[in-house]
Design a protein around this ligand. Structure first.
Ligand code: FES
Ligand SMILES: [Fe+2]
Length: 423
């Protein structure tokens, strides 16, 4: 890849081509649990410093963090009746961004009427507060991912800061070929995500253990891509694991056996960091207390957090709790205990923004290559006013799945298992 292409795909500040593309979609900003009351929460996104608050009616608002008076942070301000007051000189703003009061101005002054701060629209769905940061006249329908329409009892949702660019983080999620290497060992024992879970059928375990050279196929969809990894199930059947990629940054991973479905999203915080979202969910039943507990402790796609932060207990400052003796004993391929931090370790090790001019891509990188092409095309289509994938709510609904079926291509496969149950 040329450096100019790498720059184009990885930079998302205001005014950049990829930043403009991201701003066409509803993006997850923070979990509902993080905003129980009016107290401000920082939610930096796409290179913009933002805060989330609730007004007195309980409506969530996402506002620019810097006070327009002299740029002090409104994060330190106090929410009171109908808005937030800056801690420095008391200017007050409502949740639509209007300035209501400038206490230091002479009585009768109307100067506050000329002052506004940025306020972005929000919606609450699937245990998440979503934000739309794009042109008001292009605001899409609310997010319709299947998980975003479920009761919160069916979901476990977290966001974590990863200290590298969103694109290489997302590429890790689309790269099925690393599963039996990077996650070797852990995939056998993780009870939330892996084949160590109680609901896993032993045939699948045998297939994954026997065929370690899966073949990858991709197909374009209305929302983005189907990424299919197929293994030989027996002499006449394939075992397919099919991941959905929905533009610009959403992923749905096939469940293993009867375990939860898994969704991910990678939203740039700035060009050097991203929010890595993880969702485990059942479509038709609540998660059990034991499953929630396992996720809170870092099971599945989640991590155990340093309390009060979005940083994992295992992180780059402690080599992700790498255990060399465990690695040598073969307990896991990396010796890093958590599934997600195994990903974080290799992704952050690629550099803050991976230098894709140095890559040597091979056939198993096909999913990543096709995703890059799709994003580059979406950037161009957005700039020329053409339709872009993943905006239409219908295109966000399909799910991921695994299928055992007679040998055939991904295209000709009966994919009814990917249809959402509730449609
Ligand atoms: S900097 Fe906010 S009121 Fe002065
Ligand atoms: Fe991974």
């Amino acid at each position: 890849m040329r450096q100019t292409q790498n720059e184009r795909l990885t930079r998302t500040d205001p005014g950049t081509p990829m930043g403009d593309l991201f701003r066409r979609y509803w993006l997850p900003a923070l979990t509902l649990a993080e905003l129980p009351d009016a107290d401000p929460v920082r939610v930096p996104l796409l290179g913009e410093k933002l805060i989330a608050i609730r007004d007195s009616s309980g409506r969530a608002a996402i506002l620019q963090e810097a006070c327009p008076h002299r740029q002090a942070s409104l994060y330190f301000g106090l929410c009171d009746d109908g808005g937030i007051r800056c801690p420095y000189h008391g200017w007050k703003f409502d949740t639509d961004g209007n300035c209501l009061d400038i206490p230091g101005e002479p009585d009768g002054s109307t100067f506050h009427e000329q002052i506004r701060i940025t306020a972005y629209p929000t919606v609450q769905r699937g245990g998440v507060i979503w934000v739309y940061m794009g042109p008001p006249d292009q605001q899409p329908e609310p997010p319709a991912f299947e998980w975003a329409t479920l009761p919160v009892e069916n979901l476990f949702v977290t966001r974590r800061i990863q200290d590298c660019n969103y694109l290489q983080t997302m590429e890790g999620g689309l790269d099925s070929s690393h599963l039996s290497w990077l996650h070797g060992g852990t995939i056998l024992t993780d009870t939330v995500l892996g084949i160590g879970g109680s609901g896993t059928d032993s045939r699948v375990l045998d297939i994954i253990a026997t065929d370690r050279k899966p073949v990858y196929e991709t197909l374009n969809t209305a929302g983005g891509l189907l990424l299919g990894a197929r293994r030989n199930a027996d002499e006449t059947n394939y075992y397919w694991r099919i991941t959905q990629f929905i533009a610009p940054c959403f992923n749905i991973i096939a469940p293993t056996g009867d375990l939860t479905l898994n969704a991910q999203a990678w939203v740039p915080l700035d060009d050097q960091r991203c929010w890595s979202w993880a969702v485990n969910y059942y479509v038709d039943k609540p998660l059990s207390a034991a499953e929630r507990d396992a996720m809170r402790k870092g099971g599945g796609l989640h991590v155990e957090f340093v309390p009060g932060t979005h940083q994992g207990v295992a992180n780059h400052d402690n080599d992700y709790l790498l255990d060399r003796p465990a690695q040598r004993r073969g307990e896991s391929f990396t010796g890093i205990p958590s599934f997600t931090m195994q990903d974080a370790a290799v992704q952050e090790s690629q550099g803050v923004i991976a230098d894709r001019t140095l890559e040597q891509l091979v056939s198993s990188d096909n999913g990543i290559i096709v995703t890059r092409m799709l994003l580059q095309q979406a950037i161009e289509d957005n700039r020329s006013g053409k339709p872009i994938p993943g905006i239409d709510p219908k295109s966000q609904r399909p799910r991921a799945g695994s299928i055992i079926a007679p040998e055939q291509s991904l295209e000709s496969l009966d994919k009814s298992v990917l249809e959402p149950l509730s449609d």
